[in-house]
Write a protein that binds this ligand. Sequence first.
Ligand code: SF4
Ligand code: SF4
Length: 317
Amino acid sequence: MPSKETFEEHLRRQGVSRRSFLKFCALTASGLALPTGAAKVIADTLATVPRPTVIWLSSQECTGCSETVLRSFEPSVESLILSEISLDYHNTLMAPSGTAAEDARRQAIAAGGHVLVVDGSVTRRDDGAWSIIGGEATIDIVRESAMDAALIIAIGNCAAYGGLPNAAPNPSDAVGVDELIASGELATAAPLINVPGCPPIPEVITGVIVHFLAFGVPELDHLLRPTVYYGQTVHDSCTRLPYFDAQLFAESFDDEGARQGYCLLNLGCRGPLTFNACSTRRWNGGTSFPMHSGHGCLGCSEPGFWDRAGGFYTPPF
Ligand code: SF4
Ligand code: SF4
């Protein structure tokens, strides 16, 4: 059910002022490291293009990725955009159920050109019988929904790389969307953007969608992650980096060094090997990030992080 309503019209109907809308465009442009003038392009685009149809499929997942984009301490432009764009079909959150829900999805994809968001890994064992929605294997629902999509976004480590279900011994033969395409098990001409994390940062998801609408697919790295958000390691902007450079390391989570802000490398921090925006965009509306709060990075935006040798609290090197 594609909507003719534009993003801006939708936001105005939700009570978001023009001023707040322009502020959101400016912040998104800045977060995307776009040049001066990009905020106006974003504002003009969102004011004129119809709101896209978005199909959000949750496969083998914990619902954490949906939680991260939909939970906010107060209503924000981001949360309004994200909660609304998921309304076309979201098998965890939508109001319809049963055949009405599946009819809604089929109607939404009938015209093609939609944005397909996948969170969770896709199981292949026994023709996908390990993950069934409405009597249909999730792998078949993904195939059907991806065929005429304009864009596929794999949200979270599971959809990008297989995540926890893919961890050894991977009983359900779970993989991410990229591997399904690479193996020829998923046919689509749509570009794929990976937005990994466990979960990803909500503003990163918003930024990727806005970039696609205003400018097309952003530059991606070798793992199909937008370089604007995944081009640096979380170590590069960590508040504990001066202590790393000075070789001052905490040896337990409650020692004096940890309290002073010493580096958490010896407690298992994988920040130097992990590409994500946690220490630049930060979490909870820009409040903090794990190392700032006293815990090392687990490497959740990288492939295979659940299978890390030695566990999460062994120094990575
Ligand atoms: S705590 Fe982790 S991310 Fe921060 S400086 Fe140390 S190794 Fe790097
Ligand atoms: S700090 Fe590391 S483990 Fe934590 S959310 Fe960021 S990338 Fe994931």
